[in-house]
Write a protein that binds this ligand. Structure first.
Ligand code: UDP
Length: 239
C-alpha cells in the first residue's frame, strides 16, 4: 500500500491518502491532549499501543457483527482504514458514573448505573463538543433518524463486547467514546478504541488505567498504557 499526501492532522493522529480512493492510512501519534486541547503533553509509546489495541478490538467487534473501518495493520503506528465521512457525533456509553456525568448530575464517581446509558456530543472543537440529544442531531441534520437508530444499536453492542474483553484483562469498563462514519451509505465504526477513549479501572484495586492519569496528573501514565496492552496480549515492536 502506497502512503500518499497527508490529508489531515488531528490531535492524536495523522491521516494520509493512498492509491485507493476508498482507503486511508492513519498514523497514531504519542501526543496527548485534554480539556479540549488546553492541556498538552506526550505519552511515550501511546501511538503504537492505541494503534494495536484499536485494531485488536475492531477485529473482534467486526466478528461480532458491527461493521468497522479496519482494513489492515501496516506497522506499529499505522493502519489502513476505509475512508468514511465522519458523523459529527461523539457517542458516549457509560456503565459506571464518572467524569462529566458525575459532575453534571451530582452522582459520585464509581456508582454503578442500573443500566448502560448513551449520550451524544456535537463534534465541534470551537464549541467544546456540547452535549446534545438525538432530536438536536436530527434537527441539525447531523444524522438521519435511521442512522441514529443504527448508531445506538451498534454502540450498545460495542459496550457488551468491550466489557467482556476488558474484564478478561482484569479491567472494568467504566465508560467510553466512539465515533461512526458513512461508507458507501452505510454506518460503520471508525476512529479508535483505546485507553485515550475509555475509562478502565483495575478490577482488584480500582486503580485508574487510562487517560485520566494524564488529565488528573496521577503519574505513571506510560506505565498504565503499557500494562493495559500487556494484559490484553498486545505486543509492540513487531513490524
Ligand atoms: N472521551 C473521549 N474524548 C472526548 C471526551 C470524552 O474519548 O473528547 C471519553 C473519556 O475518555 C471517557 C468518556 O469519553 O472514557 C466519557 O467522558 P466524559 O464525558 O466523562 O468527559 P470528561 O470527564 O473526560 O471530560
Amino acid at each position: 500500500m502506497q502512503k500518499g499526501e497527508q490529508l489531515y492532522e488531528g490531535k492524536a493522529k495523522k491521516v494520509f491518502l493512498t492509491e485507493n480512493p476508498d482507503v486511508l492510512i492513519v498514523s497514531y501519534k504519542d501526543d496527548a491532549t485534554a480539556f479540549n486541547g488546553q492541556k498538552k503533553g506526550t505519552i511515550v509509546g501511546k501511538g503504537a499501543i492505541n494503534n494495536r489495541m484499536t485494531n485488536h478490538l475492531f477485529q473482534i467487534i467486526e466478528e461480532e457483527g458491527v461493521p468497522t473501518h479496519y482494513v489492515q495493520e501496516l506497522n506499529d503506528r499505522e493502519t489502513a482504514v476505509r475512508r468514511v465521512e465522519i458523523v459529527p457525533l461523539e457517542v458516549i456509553v457509560r456503565n459506571i458514573a464518572a467524569g462529566s456525568f458525575s459532575k453534571r448530575l451530582g452522582v459520585p464517581e464509581g456508582q454503578e448505573l442500573s443500566e448502560p446509558t448513551i449520550e451524544f456530543s456535537y463534534k465541534n472543537d470551537k464549541l467544546g463538543d456540547p452535549l446534545i440529544n438525538s432530536y438536536f442531531a436530527r434537527a441539525l441534520k447531523l444524522a438521519t433518524p435511521s442512522e441514529i437508530e443504527t448508531i445506538k444499536k451498534y454502540a450498545f453492542m460495542v459496550n457488551d463486547i468491550l466489557k467482556i474483553e476488558y474484564l478478561k484483562a482484569g479491567l472494568q469498563l467504566v465508560d467510553f467514546k466512539i465515533e461512526f462514519g458513512r461508507f458507501h451509505g452505510k454506518i460503520i465504526l471508525a476512529d479508535e478504541i483505546s485507553p485515550d477513549t475509555c475509562r478502565l479501572w483495575d478490577v482488584e484495586s480500582g486503580e485508574k488505567m487510562d487517560k485520566d492519569r494524564f488529565r488528573r496528573d496521577l503519574g505513571n501514565v506510560e506505565e498504565a498504557y503499557i500494562e493495559v496492552a500487556r494484559r490484553m496480549g498486545i505486543t509492540i515492536g513487531e513490524e
